[in-house]
Write a protein that binds this ligand. Structure first.
Ligand SMILES: [Zn+2]
Length: 93
């Protein structure tokens, strides 16, 4: 796997958590398109759960578990997420 693989996505997630504006400013590590999106799903009180970062163009992305959702990025509680249709992504390995 090249540098455009999973490690590039992991690095991108760290950037987005530190600076939510990077979501719109960054290119997809897999296809280069700028259509990245992120969603956190977790406990309503602790905001701990999992996260998905994906590209709306090629639908590739990655999932993280046991992360704490930042205040300024999209977040759904487990209860709300259970009744929503969540993005179907192709997980980058
Ligand atoms: Zn892409």
């Amino acid at each position: 796997m090249s540098a455009t693989g999973r490690s590039a996505w992991v690095a991108l997630m760290a950037v987005v958590i530190g600076d939510p504006a990077a979501l719109d400013a960054s290119a997809c590590p897999s296809c280069g398109y700028r259509r990245l999106d992120v969603l956190f799903v977790g406990d309503g009180a602790t905001r701990i759960g999992w996260a998905t970062l994906w590209c709306g163009d090629c639908l590739r992305g990655i999932r993280f578990s046991r992360v704490c959702a930042p205040r300024d990025l999209p977040f759904l509680t487990f209860e709300v997420a259970a009744v929503r249709s969540l993005p179907e992504i192709i997980e980058v390995r």
